[in-house]
Design a protein. Structure first.
Length: 292
């Protein structure tokens, strides 16, 4: 009871930051589980759409009860754009991971706060304050520093898919922020369904064998379903670029998981840039929470 009351007493800044932080921590092992799985790309994409769709849909049906259809139709045009953007970045994320190294994909995603800030300023008139701009610039140039070393490897397609994913995440956050008066979770659920339907036509085999029986369901629930609910809610409390700043944690933590388990070692540039990124996020979040 006391814990529930203390959660209610949190400011919007604290609620949004907490939701985004938990979501990103849960997401960090995602790249590792993708690497450990033996299922083909389209089969993986199908399950990453179908399982979260069923899990979150069940939760929404319980939560909304008879009002689910009303909530679904209440998403409006914003919800339709969210479905499209959400579906695209789900597909491009997996394509990126499968066509370049994990560090490259996550570095591309690290540009999302900058894109969010620009889109938020254009469409929502939410001009970032000076501290946020400084944090965005530092993290952006740190990401460029990491990316510069990887250009020689010829992973253009995978890196480009990572950049598309980053743009999709930024668009998603801005759309949620623009529709604070409505719940876009039904749109996100439909987005997952669209991903599963799209992948269905390319899947060679739906069989899950060996460790995939553990890795795939674990990934789809813990690293996909739960975080995407939290990330969909967080921008209702804090600006879009602040939500995406937390994703920079994955830029360094994701490759570390992969390095520890399967020895896909990040470059020195990734390690140094990641240290700068994490330090910047920590300092930025500290000042934001202190201000709130």
């Amino acid at each position: 009871m006391e814990r529930s009351q203390s959660l209610k007493n949190l400011t919007n800044q604290q609620k949004g930051s907490l939701l985004a932080f938990i979501a990103v921590i849960l997401i960090t092992p995602d790249s590792l589980l993708i690497r450990l799985s033996n299922i083909d790309t389209w089969g993986m994409l199908f399950y990453r759409g179908a399982i979260p769709f069923l899990v979150v849909l069940t939760g929404l049906l319980i939560f909304y009860n008879k009002n689910f259809l009303k909530a679904l139709f209440n998403v409006g045009y914003t919800g339709i754009f969210y479905i499209i953007s959400f579906s695209i970045c789900n597909i491009t994320f997996l394509l990126s991971i499968q066509n370049t190294n994990v560090a490259n994909t996550l570095v591309m995603i690290a540009t999302a706060p900058m894109i969010s800030a620009i889109l938020g300023g254009i469409f929502l008139n939410e001009i970032p304050d000076r501290k946020t701009w400084i944090a965005i610039l530092i993290t952006f140039f740190s990401a460029l520093y990491i990316f510069y070393d990887s250009i020689q490897l010829g992973n253009f397609f995978g890196d480009f898919m990572g950049l598309v994913t980053s743009t999709g995440l930024a668009v998603n956050a801005v759309l949620v922020r623009s529709a604070k008066d409505r719940d876009l979770l039904p749109s996100a659920v439909l987005g997952k369904l669209c991903v599963a339907i799209f992948a269905f036509f390319f899947v060679e085999s739906f069989d899950l064998a060996g460790n995939d029986l553990i890795y795939v369901p674990l990934m789809c629930v813990l690293c996909v379903a739960i975080p995407f609910v939290l990330v969909t809610i967080a921008p209702r409390f804090i600006p879009a670029e602040e939500v995406n700043l937390f994703f920079l944690l994955e830029t360094i933590l994701g490759p570390i998981w992969v390095w520890m388990i399967i020895k896909e070692q990040p470059s020195t540039e990734t390690i140094l840039g990641g240290i700068v990124i994490i330090s910047t996020i920590a300092i930025h979040s500290f000042f934001k929470l202190k201000k709130s």
